[in-house]
Design a protein around this ligand. Structure first.
Ligand SMILES: [Zn+2]
Length: 696
């Protein structure tokens, strides 16, 4: 488990929902042909690209289609993707770069550095499907034996601790996070978990599609048990047991919308107090086995969930608990490190059935992702040295400072906020830490052992390493230089408990940012992302934290009301959008992202306009046939060009705090009269909201 509030900002959430599952996919031999070098195989990616514009579409009717149709024509949705957009376009390019790095590191030379040995051998082991298939379930057998040896519920705590250490998401999770009341101290956070479907409502919804998905899930669990050697009848019974236990856990879990409010997850206690609540589960045995703190402050994030867990442990036959644990162990490893049959079955349910992908990702792609997840800062160190020049870091920093300055002016001018709250808001803004590109200090992997040829063992040790690293933070000073994303990641985030914005080098590349393009393009795209992250500090969630990251209300009552009234406008706006027939977006679930999109674009616009005016730039002068302000808006919309399968749109609408990309692009533009002015849109046009929303 990691920090509760860190949400990736410009990308689908599928990886987080499906955990390891998205990594599972095709199985190919290690002999796949090397890809052509990226420079030769890919056209130059531009931030503002006039060749993508479809002039047959009226920009005032659907600006997203106007800006993106050319891209759609050029980029049919690949069979191995459940959605494909400019994000994926860049992520795939980054993946080619990482592959080159990894293939070089995989050659066992005497001169390899310790990190090169680790990333190279990890990759080579993952690519060796012949070895993985030959070993079958053997590498997992000691773990299966441990579960089989469980005699009574009193032995569960030690076993569960071990399973958690190796990355098995059974029952609940323990991690470290900053105390909500005191952001300077790191404490134990106990959270809900233990579900195999994307989130709790999948177990409770009563519509036909959800019932069908539950049946498909039970069939999937059944298939995995059969692959593990169970007779068909037994596997069917066991799959029902898993479903029954998970349904109980799900019903006691908060909804994902409830989980977005930090107040709902704030139940301070200490390890001793929490252990008294768990009358049927020895927390002492659990923390001892995990080498986690046996005393000190803790947060029981979901008391209702843990009460149900406690009862479940007491009233469930031990054989059923063993079945449930066996499923979660197989589930956690049913990716690249188990034989092709597991890998394929896992892909079929999570990527094909739930998200519509038609083909598995090639093996090298999945192995690259694994190294990025397990040794991300060792791989990232080489990546930034090759692909992120220092001058681009400086340019991004300058843009961030300009946008922060624009926000300060904007706060000063707000007519709905009192002087007292404005002072606090600006204090918070001034305290934001800007992190760009990569960590100041790289993670030390010297204690992680990677053995060539031991793919599953490597994965297991990587989990153990990461869990130990996370738990070791409890009781130590907060390290604000730590990153939650790896450097090649095409994404960004704001962390409310750290009060910092984080932009990995992976996203600061064309088509989102380019040292070769002008400010209109870079502010329209990356500027809007910077503004987005900054606005997260002041969205429905972020605004509840003070400048130091404490969950502390710094608003006057009237100002809080003023904020809520304005934010409610966006909730209604997005509630009204139907993602797929019968499934509407959830305006409350997506509220934070929608506020950040709206505020982010507006702040980028203000900062850009200031910069151009200070430099006496004539923004009405045309380049490529478009004025600078038009190019600003087009660059923004083109950042969102994405095609998505209906299966994924459904999953996204039900689970993701981000609205689909078309809605993210268009909706905020309808709220900004400055956009309408740039394209001379009439008041009655589709791209002009009758009642525009505006908070920041
Ligand atoms: Zn965001």
């Amino acid at each position: 488990m990691s920090r509760f509030t860190v949400v990736p900002c410009r990308f689908l959430f599928v990886a987080a929902i499906a955990g390891l599952m998205v990594l599972s996919a095709a199985s190919q031999t290690a002999k796949t042909a090397a890809p052509a070098p990226p420079s030769a195989s890919t056209p130059e990616l531009r931030v503002f690209d006039p060749s993508l514009i479809d002039k047959a579409v009226d920009p005032c009717e659907n600006f997203y289609r106007y800006s993106c149709n050319g891209w759609f024509k050029r980029n049919p949705l690949p069979a191995d993707q459940s959605s494909y957009g400019r994000f994926t376009e860049l992520a795939e390019l980054n993946r080619l770069h990482l592959r080159q790095i990894l293939e070089e590191a995989a050659v066992p030379t005497a001169t390899r550095s310790a990190n090169e040995q680790k990333i190279g051998d990890e990759y080579a082991s993952c690519m060796d499907t012949a070895a993985v298939n030959k070993l079958g379930l053997k590498p997992l057998q000691p773990e299966l034996d441990r579960i089989a040896a469980l005699k009574s519920a009193s032995e569960l705590p030690a076993l569960l601790a071990h399973l958690h250490a190796i990355g098995v998401n059974a029952f609940f999770s323990l991690g470290s996070s900053q105390d909500f009341a005191d952001s300077a101290s790191v404490i134990s956070f106990y959270g809900s978990g233990g579900l195999g479907l994307p989130e709790r409502d999948y177990y409770t919804r009563t519509d036909a599609k959800s019932i069908e998905q539950r049946q498909q899930y039970v069939a999937h669990v059944h298939n995995i048990f059969m692959l593990a050697g169970e007779p068909e009848v037994q596997a069917a019974k066991d799959a029902d047991v898993v479903m029954a236990i998970e349904t109980r856990l799900a019903k006691a879990t908060l909804t994902i919308t409830e989980q977005r409010d930090p107040q709902n997850l704030n139940h301070p206690t200490d390890v001793a107090g929490f252990s008294k609540e768990l009358t049927h589960f020895s927390l002492s045995d659990y923390v001892t086995e995990l080498h986690a703190p046996a005393a000190g402050k803790a947060n029981d994030m979901e008391p209702k969930f843990f009460a149900e867990f406690n009862t479940l442990v007491a009233d469930t036959p031990i054989d059923q608990i063993k079945t449930y644990l066996r499923w979660h162990l197989l589930h956690a490893y049913a990716g690249t490190s188990l034989p092709e049959s597991f890998d394929r079955e896992n892909w079929n349910f999570y990527s094909h059935i739930l998200n519509g992908a038609e083909k598995q990702h090639e093996r090298w792609k999945r192995c690259t992702t694994r190294v990025d997840q397990e040794l991300g800062e060792a791989l990232g160190q080489v990546y930034v040295a090759r692909y992120f020049p220092p001058e681009e870091k400086q340019q991004t920093l300058a843009m961030t400072l300009a946008i922060e300055h624009a926000m300060e002016k904007e706060i000063d001018g707000l007519d709905w906020m009192s002087a007292a709250t404005k002072i606090r808001a600006k204090d918070k803004l001034h305290a934001v830490m800007n992190k760009i590109g990569y960590p100041e200090k790289w993670r030390d992997y010297s204690k992680l052992i990677i053995v060539r040829g031991d793919d599953l063992g490597n994965e297991m040790r990587a989990h153990e390493f990461d869990e130990a690293r996370d738990l070791a933070k409890i009781g130590k000073p907060v390290d604000k230089n730590e990153w939650e994303m790896t450097p090649p990641t095409v994404n960004a985030y704001y962390d409310p408990q750290m009060n910092n914005v984080n932009f990995p080098a992976g996203i600061l590349q064309p088509p989102f940012f380019s040292g070769k393009e002008d400010d209109a393009a870079n502010y329209g795209d990356t500027g809007a992302t910077i503004g987005h992250e900054l606005t997260h500090g002041f969205d429905d969630q972020g605004r509840q934290f003070d400048k130091d990251g404490n969950l502390l209300n710094w608003w006057t009552k009237d100002d809080e009301q003023g904020f809520n009234d304005r934010a409610e406008c966006t909730v209604k706006q997005y509630d009204a959008i139907e993602a797929v027939p019968g499934v509407h977006l959830n305006g409350k679930l997506t509220e934070g992202e929608n506020l950040a999109d709206l505020g982010g674009l507006w702040l980028a616009w203000l900062a850009w306009l200031d910069k151009e005016q200070a430099a006496h730039v004539d923004i009405s002068a045309k380049v490529d046939g478009y004025t600078a302000d038009q190019r600003f808006w087009i660059a923004y919309a083109q950042g969102w060009c994405t095609q998505t399968r209906p299966e994924q749109l459904r999953t996204q609408a039900q689970t993701d705090p981000h609205a689909p990309d078309e809605d993210r692009a268009n909706t905020v533009l309808t709220d900004l009269p400055e956009f309408a002015k740039s394209f001379n849109c009439k008041k009655t046009a589709a791209m002009v909201a009758a009642k525009p929303c505006r908070v920041w």
